[in-house]
Design a protein around this ligand. Structure first.
Ligand code: ATP
Ligand code: MG
Length: 431
């Protein structure tokens, strides 16, 4: 026998027992976005490699070592998107969405990064992202943070996440700060690990992000970008924090929050949790005022964020915050008790679905012995079973069995079945 082909490491199948939870999460997101007036955008999963190199930055982790890049049959270099912002900007520019207008957009879908797979870190993972274009003030930054906070509240996660904030200032202020920082690191060169030494010339701000405990004390004393902001960025940040204060959203200013992508300026933020070990960032974003111009468009201010769906699902599961309704269980399992009643059962199932659009009903297919049918009904997770035998068929009836509680079975009239089911299923004691 030949060897079985398996999925690619770090790329997961979403199995039926998990998909209701994903649908629940996605449903919450979709309603939230429409409540805030954000429109969905869907872009291809594959883009020209140059798009990501030019936007994310040549010396970032993503571009240096995480991208899935390949040549297609024409010899063009293509890349599976490692994130959504670059594609979103490309599409918005290409279709004139940024011309004299503002946009509030959202997207969701798979992203690809060649990282070491572990809990909360995969090679194909999924993000929900939000981007706005054409808005410069801190009001939209605040709105985005409030939008994410509302999602955490809806999901019951709000007490379990912390908002971290920083400002990266203008590119000019950052360049000046970069020099100050490099001098500081050069003075402490012996304390830098290998990764950091490499970054000293390529991306010194990222050294601040290092998780190496041996460098912690030295990093804590490093000059703070927050103390080197230009006046406009300082003002922008002060107005943002004032709005968050007024809205009652607590935050921690983390001067070492720099983000791994090159295109950010001014506001950056992350929502983190301690419940997931080291993969604790569930949502991250910031302002990217320079990106549109960097990709060849007219300068357009922009801000956005992305959240990792897998990490949020893990968090909901870990904290046991999944409502029963989101488990996607059946209400009714309908069983024809023998071949003779199969056609009638099929029609009855359709009649019930017609009458009760909310009803979750599964029809037993595939025959089997009496015992095996009842076993299937039990395993289906449904609350009620309806049995249609020849005797019931003649009497225009069904037999109702309670699958989750000790209660006598009943014979019900088919004509009143929809009403009876409605009242039975409204009875919470059945759950
Ligand atoms: P990290 O520091 O965890 O590597 P990042 O800064 O690379 O995160 P972003 O590019 O900001 O992540 O992506 C936004 C969010 O997407 C992250 O906060 C995280 O929730 C999620 N995410 C990023 N990479 C992965 C991955 N490989 N697997 C699962 N989720 C991920
Ligand atoms: Mg990363």
């Amino acid at each position: 026998m030949s060897k079985k082909i398996q999925a690619i490491r770090g790329m997961n199948d979403l199995l039926p027992d998990q998909s209701p939870l994903w649908q629940y999460f996605e449903g919450q997101v979709r309603t939230l976005m429409s409540r805030y007036g954000y429109d969905e955008i869907r872009t291809p999963i594959v883009e020209q490699t140059a798009l990501f190199k030019r936007s994310i930055g040549e010396v970032t982790d993503i571009v240096e070592k995480e991208m899935y890049t390949f040549e297609d049959r024409n010899g063009d270099s293509l890349t599976l998107r490692p994130e959504g912002t670059a594609s979103c900007v490309r599409a918005a520019m290409e279709h004139g969405l940024l011309h004299n207008q503002t946009q509030r957009l959202w997207y969701q879908g798979p992203m690809f990064r060649h990282e070491r797979p572990q809990k909360g870190r995969y090679r194909q993972f999924h993000q929900v992202g939000v981007e706005s274009f054409g808005l410069e003030g801190p009001d939209i930054d605040a709105e985005m943070i409030l939008l994410s906070a509302r999602l955490w509240k809806q999901l019951g996660l709000f007490e379990h996440v912390t908002l971290e904030l920083n400002s990266l200032g203008s590119p000019e202020a950052r360049a000046a700060y970069r020099d100050t920082l490099v001098s500081y690191f050069e003075a402490h060169h012996d304390q830098l690990d290998e990764d950091s030494r490499r970054r000293l010339t390529s991306n010194p701000l990222r050294i601040l992000d290092s998780k190496n405990p041996d460098m912690a004390a030295m990093l804590a004393d490093a000059p703070r970008l927050m103390d080197h902001l230009d006046a406009d960025s300082q003002d922008h940040f002060a107005r943002l924090t004032a709005m968050l204060d007024a809205a009652g959203i607590a935050y921690v200013i983390n001067p070492r929050l720099v983000r791994g992508l090159d295109y950010y300026s001014r506001t950056v933020f992350e929502w983190t949790t301690t419940a997931l070990g080291s993969q604790g960032t569930v949502c991250a974003g910031g302002r990217f005022d320079g990106l549109v111009e960097q990709l060849g468009g007219k300068s357009v201010p922009a801000v956005g964020f992305a959240m990792g769906i897998e990490r949020l699902i893990l968090l909901l599961d870990t904290l046991d915050l999944v409502p029963d309704a989101a488990r996607g269980e059946l209400d009714v399992y309908l069983l024809p008790m023998g071949e003779a009643t199969e056609p009638a059962a099929l029609l009855l199932a359709e009649r019930l679905r017609e009458a009760l659009p909310e009803l979750r009903l599964q029809l037993h297919c595939g025959g089997g012995s009496f015992k095996s049918r009842i076993k299937k009904a039990d395993k289906s997770g449904a609350r009620l079973a309806l049995l249609l035998g020849e005797d019931e068929l003649v009497g225009n009836a069904v037999t109702l069995k309670f699958l989750r509680e000790e209660r006598e079975q009943q014979r019900l009239d088919q004509a009143a079945l929809a009403e009876t089911l409605t009242s039975l299923l409204a009875d919470e004691s059945l759950v």
